[in-house]
Design a binder for this molecule. Structure first.
Ligand SMILES: O=P(O)(O)OC[C@H]1O[C@H](O[C@H]2O[C@H](CO)[C@@H](O)[C@H](O)[C@H]2O)[C@H](O)[C@@H](O)[C@@H]1O
Length: 245
């Protein structure tokens, strides 16, 4: 990487840093990845943020003991480089809605409901035949949730999340703050939700990269074949930061 002080790096988690797994809980964080990210972040002067659909506390656990700036729930919550967290607040009615969804989902064999606080996901990876049922139900629940929410489609998943946020907004917010400001953004992701980051990055003259084994419909400027390929690049760039003690 030429002159790391010019760049800010924004990384998606699932399918980008970590291989996809059958369920949200069964992902495996490769040994060495958290430390590699920590070293790479140091090389970038701290201008590395994780931008994910996961809830922030879950994302934090994946990379402990290191603490990175993280935007969670597709940008609905965001911890900046000073450790300050901001969140889109949702009303108490959303708890009732999530409980009703979880009850109804018991009739859909193999479908998993992931309660993420201000967002809720219905996963059909273990039951692809349930896709239409799940999508129709989530449209119905979205109507009940109201205009403060939106549907987020992803890989074998449909989510209801706050409408007043996106990964693109989160990336923009980071770029207005130290240590990200005055740097060119690089965003790397693998899914529909990451396209919002790619659009912002493209407008700002940065670099957008989609992880995809096969040609994907994307506005990203380039592609990488897999999460493991990206991890090997991160390892290489991170290693360049190691100095003899
Ligand atoms: O923005 P991301 O960090 O990519 O998060 C997107 C969603 O990732 C998770 O779901 C996806 O990964 C699961 C584990 O590999 C997989 O089982 C599922 O099919 C994928 O859709 C996560 O569970 C969601 O909450 C995130 O929004």
């Amino acid at each position: 990487m030429q002159d790391p002080s010019q760049w800010a790096l924004f990384l998606d988690i699932d399918g980008t840093l970590i291989d996809l797994a059958e369920t949200p809980e069964s992902i495996v964080v490769p040994a060495g990845l958290p430390a590699d990210l920590h070293r790479l972040s140091a090389r970038l002067g701290g201008a590395l943020a994780l931008v994910t659909g996961r809830a922030l506390p879950f994302a934090d656990e994946l990379f402990q003991p290191y603490v990175f700036p993280i935007a969670g729930l597709h940008g609905s919550e965001r911890r900046d480089a000073t450790g300050m967290t901001t969140r889109v607040e949702v009303g108490a009615e959303f708890e009732t809605l999530k409980a009703a969804l979880a009850r109804e989902a018991q009739q859909w064999p193999g479908v998993l409901i992931e309660n993420k606080g201000a967002a809720v996901a219905a996963h059909y990876r273990r039951a692809p035949e349930q896709r239409e049922v799940v999508e129709a139900a989530m449209e119905r629940y979205l109507d009940m949730a109201g205009e403060d929410f939106t549907l987020q489609h992803g890989k074998m998943v449909v989510e209801i999340r706050p409408a007043r946020a996106s990964k693109g907004h989160a990336l923009m917010a980071y770029l207005n703050e130290a240590p990200f400001q005055d740097r060119k953004p690089i965003a790397i992701g693998d899914d529909v939700t990451d396209e919002a980051m790619f659009r912002v990055v493209n407008e700002l003259g940065g670099h957008s990269i989609r992880i995809s084994e096969t040609p994907a419909e994307t506005v990203a400027q380039s592609t990488l074949p897999s999460a493991s390929y990206l991890r090997s690049l991160i390892h290489r760039f991170a290693a360049e930061t190691v100095r003899p003690e």
